[in-house]
Design a protein around this ligand. Structure first.
Ligand code: ZN
Length: 240
């Protein structure tokens, strides 16, 4: 069974379309939240995931855009984008986002946006935080997003090993408890502007990362058209 794992799409439909085409065919699509926020096509992205039969979890931007948490917790640009998103979301998109759980388990994998102990807010961006996350997992493997950085944290004795997978990087899953981040589809922040995704081959127990080019200019033009903040427009082409 081949599972495509994606995260942090952030309303970027061209990036999502490019990723789905690049990793097809797949038997299941799992997403790790922040489906909306930042990007100009939140409804189209929610629709696309629904049509693909995707299962996933809710991220902090999804919670803010649907009114579950206060947008004032976010920085200025993010807040402006969240408020715009909240205004344009259709009732069907809102309902779909509100129906998402904060945590979900599929077989040996737990899905969260942030971390197992704080799925909404906590960033697993250091080995210290990752160690707690690995200990909190109730399944052998965990899938997380939120940092927009393709990453692996794996338990090794009492310490944590970390890997930063690049395009086509492969990881053999074994008896070690492991946290995996597919990177961001719609707003990568590791210096590579290409959309990022992860494919799990459950039979071979192998994870493979993919980077996929898409039409960044088209997304930027649409962002300008709807009046999203200039800094959010600019960062897309830098991948930062
Ligand atoms: Zn995000």
């Amino acid at each position: 069974m081949r599972v495509a794992v994606i995260s942090d799409i952030h309303g970027n439909l061209p990036a999502l379309e490019a990723v789905l085409a690049a990793v097809a065919p797949f038997d299941a699509l799992w997403h790790l939240g922040d489906t909306v926020g930042y990007g100009p096509q939140p409804n189209e992205v929610v629709d696309r995931l629904t049509r693909e039969g995707a299962v996933g979890v809710r991220g902090n931007h999804d919670s803010a855009a649907t009114g579950l948490i206060d947008a004032d917790w976010f920085n200025e640009d993010a807040r402006v984008a969240i408020e715009w998103t909240a205004r344009v979301l259709t009732p069907a998109s809102r309902a779909a986002l509100l129906a998402l759980p904060e945590r979900r388990s599929e077989g040996e994998f737990t899905m969260v946006h942030g971390s197992p102990r704080d799925p909404t807010w906590e960033y697993i961006a250091s080995t210290a935080v990752a160690l707690v996350g690995l200990q909190d997992l109730t399944t052998p493997y965990g899938l997380f997003g939120h940092t927009h950085d393709p990453r692996v944290f794996r338990a090794r004795g009492g310490t944590v090993e970390t890997l930063g997978p690049t395009d086509h990087a492969e990881l053999q899953l074994d008896e070690r408890v492991t946290l995996l981040n597919p990177g961001s589809v719609g707003q990568p922040r590791d210096g590579d502007p290409r959309a990022s995704a992860l494919v799990l081959d459950l039979d071979a127990r192998r994870a493979t990362w993919h980077r996929v080019a898409y039409d960044i200019r088209a997304v930027q033009a649409r962002m300008r058209e709807v009046g999203l903040p200039a800094r959010l427009v600019d960062r897309l082409e830098r991948g930062l």
